[in-house]
Each structure stands twice: as structure tokens, then as C-alpha cells.
Write a protein that binds this ligand. Structure first.
Ligand code: ATP
Ligand code: MG
Length: 229
């Protein structure tokens, strides 16, 4: 059965930071756990990621974008997530299908029912047991993300540093629609989501996440030979 946990939220909200901290915590505790991300996480998925985030790909049609995200997800689910859950392990994923609804649905205006159908094909209906939403206003999140770049020399031939990608570069109104979309998704399925104020200190958030996850751990067996720390 395993345990499937995802992290969602606007750009720069701290998803990767918290996913990594939870991963390290669970590993220290002796739990079988993997950390992955979307788009990417597999060899094929990482190749698709490069196509998706390339700032030069301004001509990409919304349908292409949606299908590429879904293709990367299909590969991740079949190659990594399902097999690992089947062994009884914990899968942590930095973004997942909710991001498609928020970004391509609410952000780009794609039909949500259509996105749901595509997502069902890509995932076979696999949804997380638990999803953390790191809540921050869009401007502060983007600011944090830009802040992360300071001090790094821009790559030759690019106007922005490498992590400032094609999707980040969309306008503020787009990012605000995405954030509003996430809030609507949370309202629809409140039992799966845990919303946290992403402006809290990093360690504070990590502790809140750990205590929530602790409630789910009885369903996961520790690795042989491991001891509780
Ligand atoms: N709770 C926090 N308080 C202050 N700064 C934070 C906090 N969490 C993360 N940061 C900083 O904000 C920046 C973005 O964090 P992180 O990369 O984890 O966010 P993300 O949601 O994964 O972003 P992205 O949308 O780029 O994937 C980093 O510089 C990180 O150190
Ligand atoms: Mg990240």
C-alpha cells in the first residue's frame, strides 16, 4: 500500500526545501522513502522537463504543454511511484497532478474535465494520500525565487539565470490565477490537503509536516535493522 505524499504551492513557496527535509527525516527514522519531482524524476521525464522549461520554447501550444507534463507523469508513475508504493515504501513527490489542474487548468484556462481525463490516463487514477500546500502570496514567492538566484552569474546566451524557467516567466496575473486555482482544489478535497503558512521559519514548517506525517506512519514498516531515533 505504501504512503504517497505530495508538495504543492506557488513558485518559491518552499516545496523543494520541505520535501528534502521530510525525506531526510524519514530516512533517519529508518523508513523506506524516495524523493522525486515533477516534471522529471525519471531519465525520460527529465528530458521532457528540459523541453518544458526552456525559455526559447515560446511557441509551445497549451495542449502540447499539458500532454508533455502528463507524459512525464505517466513515466514517473509507472517507472517509480507505483512500483515503490507496491513495496510498501513512502513516495515524496515535489508537485504532482494538482499542479496540472492549477497551472494548465486555472492558469491557462484549459477545461478541467479534459485535464481530469488526461490525468486519469497518465496516472491510472493514482492520487496522493496526503498533500501539503505551502501557502504564500505569489509576489513574495517569486521574490524568494529571484533571491535564490542572486550572486550567480547568468549563463552565457541567456537573459535570466538557469532556474528562472519558461513557466516562471509568465505574468503575475497568471500566477495569481494558479494560486486561486490551488485554493479551489483544496476546498473541493479538504481531507487530502494540509495548508501551511509558507512564511513561517523553515524548521517550524518541517516540524509541522513531520507531526502530520507521523499519523500516517503506522501503515509503513521500517527497514530491517533500523532503530527509532
Ligand atoms: N520558510 C521559509 N522561509 C524563508 N525562506 C524560505 C523558506 N522556505 C524556503 N525558503 C527559500 O525560498 C527559496 C525557494 O525555496 P524552494 O526552492 O524550496 O521553493 P520551491 O517551492 O521548491 O520553488 P520552485 O517553485 O522554484 O520549485 C529558497 O531560496 C529557499 O531557501
Ligand atoms: Mg522546487
Amino acid at each position: 500500500m505504501g504512503l504517497f505524499i505530495t508538495f504543492e504551492g506557488p513558485e518559491g513557496s518552499g516545496k523543494s526545501t520541505q520535501a528534502r527535509l521530510l525525506y531526510e527525516h524519514l530516512q533517519t527514522q529508518g523508513y523506506p522513502v524516495i524523493l522525486t519531482r515533477e516534471p522529471g524524476g525519471t531519465r525520460i521525464g527529465e528530458m521532457i522537463r528540459r523541453i518544458l522549461i526552456d525559455l526559447r520554447h515560446t511557441e509551445m501550444a497549451p495542449t502540447t504543454e499539458t500532454l508533455l507534463f502528463s507524459a512525464a507523469r505517466a513515466q514517473l508513475v509507472s517507472e517509480l511511484i507505483r512500483p515503490y508504493l507496491a513495496t510498501g515504501g513512502i513516495v515524496l513527490c515535489d508537485r504532482y497532478a494538482d499542479s496540472t489542474y492549477a497551472y494548465q487548468g486555472y492558469g491557462l484556462g484549459r477545461d478541467l474535465k479534459e485535464l481530469h481525463a488526461i490525468t486519469m490516463v497518465a496516472t491510472g487514477g493514482l492520487m496522493p494520500d496526503l498533500t501539503f500546500y505551502l501557502d504564500i502570496d505569489v509576489e513574495s514567492g517569486l521574490e524568494r525565487k529571484r533571491g535564490r538566484q542572486t550572486g550567480k552569474a547568468p549563463i552565457e546566451g541567456r537573459t535570466m539565470p538557469p532556474e528562472w524557467n519558461r513557466l516562471d516567466a509568465r505574468d503575475l496575473a497568471y500566477h495569481q490565477r494558479v494560486a486561486a486555482g490551488f485554493h479551489e482544489l483544496m476546498q473541493r478535497e479538504p481531507e487530502r490537503w494540509r495548508k501551511l503558512d509558507a512564511r513561517r521559519p523553515i524548521d517550524d514548517l518541517a516540524q509541522a509536516i513531520e507531526s502530520e506525517v507521523r499519523l500516517w506512519l503506522p501503515r509503513v514498516a521500517r527497514l530491517p535493522g533500523s532503530v527509532e531515533v
